[in-house]
Design a protein around this ligand. Structure first.
Ligand code: FDA
Length: 414
């Protein structure tokens, strides 16, 4: 006799009948991936009266939500709009973001009595833990009658007359619509897999190149040797790479650089590119040096005015060849130092990879999807949502907003 093994709160009805005879169970919608986008989609479809099954191979629900925002989940950004996202088609996300806005998600958070605050730059965090957001989405699914199965492996997906047939560790399951919400490749240790990308390829959908993003950058050995003793030092900078420009903090690490400015810029950085940091973003370094020309003061001490830790100032000036007194600089050197202070160029040799990345840049090409429904244009009933799609947000709640918006849109159309 075969009984469904249910885990989690919202799966309270058996999927397989008690005789174990009817293993080809038919749903209206199967959502693969019980993360941010999958939960939102399942709840939305269930609320429309669709018979929904939410599947995940992991034992725990929505682990990425749990670990997000330092455990407090930066669940949206008040200023989320299309130009805060990277994609081959930057306009693709417009429709979903308009159909389900940050205000819509905030209304749900408030309906569930979850306290939150704005940390900075429109970033909204839970006052308590991220579990509140998971419990909220779980409750929305429960109220919508969504069935959920964790620890379920999917070995095969095929198109059949009635929609899709899935071979799983709990037998064959069928649905009219199939929604793929399996996320990206970051943090494989908590369940990330390339499943969504492989499924897209199986159905002939193109992918854009995949790379780790919102990720610390690493330095070549010489730079790493210079700066690793400064691990922990943080400075307010303006970071630039490619078309990206962010004013935030940089954090020196044992391997290179991290901190919000670097995580943001990493999405624009490509191997071989230089990273340019304006180390005095609010000052006019040339005028500042001019005013102090002839001073006996060490430049490393003078930079303390900008809250530079002395050990950082000394190491950086050493590397640039300016660890001297102000009076030792001629006009040409003052100009050179000012240039270095405003446009310090360093060439990272890579990133810390998917183990440390918050997201995957690239994914299922938006060319193959409808921006209004998230359905594959040439494969009726097949939807892709969330991070598996080639839409990647900035740091600061944008990626969850994309998960909610794309999940909602698919949920309304699947
Ligand atoms: P998500 O990864 O949430 O869910 C995918 C689900 O699919 C998982 O449950 C997984 O187990 C399941 N799955 C994968 N392969 C499968 C398979 N083969 N079979 C069945 N199931 C499978 N964003 C933000 O906006 N604010 C923030 O504060 C943070 N903080 C943050 C911190 C850290 C450390 C990370 C790594 C990431 C963030 N993010 C973030 C990014 C955010 O977590 C991410 O963009 C969303 O979770 C993406 O939602 P998805 O639902 O697309 O994937």
């Amino acid at each position: 006799m075969l009984y469904a093994q249910f885990t989690g709160r919202c799966a309270d009805r058996p999927i397989v009948d008690r005789n174990g005879k009817d293993r080809n169970l038919q749903f209206d919608v199967i959502v693969i991936g019980a993360g941010a986008a999958g939960l939102m989609c399942a709840a939305t479809a269930g609320q429309r009266g669709r018979k929904v099954l939410l599947l995940d191979h992991a034992a725990k629900l929505a682990e990425k939500i749990r670990i997000s925002g330092g455990g407090r989940c930066n669940f949206t950004n008040l200023y989320a709009k299309f130009d805060c996202y990277l994609s081959d088609n930057p306009h693709f996300c417009r429709s979903a973001l308009a159909q389900y806005t940050p205000q819509d998600f905030i209304a749900m958070v408030e309906r569930h009595g979850i306290a939150y605050h704005e940390k900075k730059l429109g970033q909204l965090f839970c006052d308590d833990g991220s579990e509140r957001i998971i419990a909220m989405l779980d409750e929305e699914c429960r109220q919508a009658g969504v069935e959920r199965r964790m620890e379920t492996t999917i070995s095969q997906v095929a198109r059949v007359e009635s929609g899709y047939a899935l071979q799983t560790s709990m037998g064959e399951l069928r649905a009219e619509s199939l929604v793929v919400a399996t996320g990206g490749l970051s943090i494989p240790q908590i369940g990330a897999t390339p499943f969504g990308y492989q499924l897209a390829e199986q159905f002939g959908l193109p992918l854009t190149p995949l790379t780790p993003a919102l990720v610390p950058l690493t330095f070549h050995v010489e730079d790493a040797d210079t700066f690793s003793p400064l691990a922990g030092v943080s400075l307010d900078v303006e970071a630039r790479a490619g078309k990206g420009k962010f004013r935030e903090n940089v954090l020196f690490t044992h391997k290179g650089v991290s901190g919000p400015a670097i995580l943001q810029i990493s999405s624009y950085w490509q191997p071989g590119m230089e990273l340019t940091l304006n180390l005095l973003p609010d000052a006019d370094a040339e005028a500042w040096l001019e005013e102090r020309a002839g001073s006996e003061q060490l430049i490393s001490n003078a930079l303390g005015e900008f809250h530079w830790p002395k050990r950082f100032a000394e190491a950086w000036l050493d590397r640039e060849g300016f660890n001297k007194r102000l009076k030792d600089l001629g006009l040409k050197q003052r100009k050179q130092l000012a240039e270095s202070l405003h446009r310090w160029r360093v060439k990272p040799n890579g990133t810390q990879g998917y183990k440390k990345a918050e997201v995957t840049l690239g994914g299922v090409s938006t060319k193959a999807l409808s921006s209004k429904t998230m359905m594959a244009a040439d494969v009726p009933g097949l939807f892709f949502i969330g991070e598996v799609v080639d839409v990647t947000g900035w740091l600061g709640g944008y990626n969850f907003q994309w998960a909610w918006s794309s999940g909602y849109v698919a949920g309304m159309n699947c």
